[in-house]
Write a protein that binds this ligand. Structure first.
Ligand code: TXA
Ligand code: MG
Length: 348
């Protein structure tokens, strides 16, 4: 017999001292707490507690074979959680931690296999968010935390998003306001002295290249997996960031976009365009920022809003893929399940 899913009265608390103390108490008792980070909100458990971590998979409906990131607050913890740290990994973390960079390394025996979905590697990051880092430091344990959304939904960038997805499933959400970057961390795998980018984020490929001249870029960032192909990162397998609507990513000039969209069936049709372009449409239009940084910050909230208005088909203006724009583009490709229309001209 399976256990009935435990129901909680979910509290949302501003991230102040009393709430932090309560959060630590829950985490040490093997319960889950949602926490803000500079990227997206995380759903945290004590990463060394093999009975607490499975609750994350249960609350999110996450596939069992998708491993979690361990969040740490001190560099010494990196050495405890890994077998050995190659020189190049050391350089990367010295440069970009605390910050939105996750590094995958061979795991030590301290890490329960439920965290890594039985892989012999572990993903680790030291978040920049000062209050969350202080929480981890005070708790004295690494926190296993995926994004705090229901599996397959856009990652949450506010406490309200977390509440919407996980109300009744966890006891506490710490509210630290909207996330600074709005997209999940950059993920790199380090094997010996080779570094491979698995997920683009706010630490961009060109920033990484300053430390790693021969950075490898996994091409699964840009394409669906082939039949039977094993993903370097299990997360690549799943449709992600998807509102209920069908999403179609449209590349090309704004003029070409408008002309194309007006020819499409109107029933439940929405457009998601850059801020400032909305005036070209009388209704059923949403925006997601203008600069790459704004687009990163606003994308997931926009995808969630499209669900609220019950959009059926969403035509999205494809962003530039410069800097953090590559991460925005990658998330949209996945939201669109790789359905892309290429029209003449450049985005801007
Ligand atoms: O910004 C972030 O990274 C947020 C915040 C909460 O820190 N977390 C996050 O976690 O986005 P999650 O679980 O949604 O994404 C982690 C990704 C997944 O695609 C997973 O497959 C991959 O990292 N991953 C984790 N451990 C791995 C490993 N050992 N080998 C390969 N990929 C791994
Ligand atoms: Mg996620």
């Amino acid at each position: 017999m399976t256990n009935p899913i435990q129901q909680y009265e979910t509290k949302v608390c501003l991230m102040e001292d009393l709430a932090i103390v309560e959060a630590i108490r829950y985490l040490k008792a093997g319960e889950l707490v949602a926490i803000p980070t500079e990227t997206v909100y995380g759903l945290a458990a004590n990463g060394l507690d093999a009975t607490a971590v499975p609750k994350i998979f249960q609350a999110k409906g996450r596939p069992q074979d998708n491993p979690l990131i361990l969040h740490i607050a001190e560099f010494s913890m990196l050495d405890k959680l890994t077998k050995n740290v190659p020189e190049i990994a050391r350089k990367l973390v010295n440069r970009f931690w605390p910050g939105p960079l996750t590094v995958i390394l061979p795991k030590s025996n301290l890490v329960p296999s439920v965290v890594t979905a039985n892989l012999d590697t572990v993903a680790i990051r030291m978040p920049q968010h000062p209050t969350t880092r202080a929480l981890i430091q005070r708790a004295g344990i690494p926190l296993a935390a995926p994004s705090a959304n229901l599996s397959g939904k856009p990652s949450p960038t506010t406490a309200e998003h977390v509440y919407h997805d996980l109300c009744g499933k966890i006891p506490l959400i710490l509210d630290g306001g909207p996330c600074n970057f709005g997209l999940e961390s950059t993920v790199v795998q380090v094997l010996d002295n080779r570094v491979r980018l698995l997920r683009p984020g706010a630490i961009t490929a060109s920033m990484l290249s300053e430390v790693v001249p021969n950075l490898e870029i996994d091409d699964a960032i840009f394409r669906p997996l082939k039949e039977g192909e094993v993903a370097t990162s299990p997360g690549m397998k799943y449709r992600h960031y998807a509102p209920k609507a069908r999403v179609i990513l449209v590349e090309g000039s704004f003029e070409a976009f408008c002309e194309f969209v007006r020819k499409q069936p109107q029933d439940g049709r929405y457009v998601l365009v850059f801020s400032g372009e909305e005036g070209a449409f009388s209704d059923h239009v949403m925006t997601y920022g203008y600069t790459e940084e704004e687009q990163a910050r606003e994308l997931f909230a926009a995808l969630r809003k499209l669900d609220e208005v019950s959009a059926k088909t969403v035509y999205v203006r494809a962003p530039s893929s410069d800097g953090i724009g590559l991460a925005v583009y990658n998330r949209l490709l996945r939201a669109a399940a790789f359905e892309v229309v290429r029209l003449p001209g450049d985005a801007l």
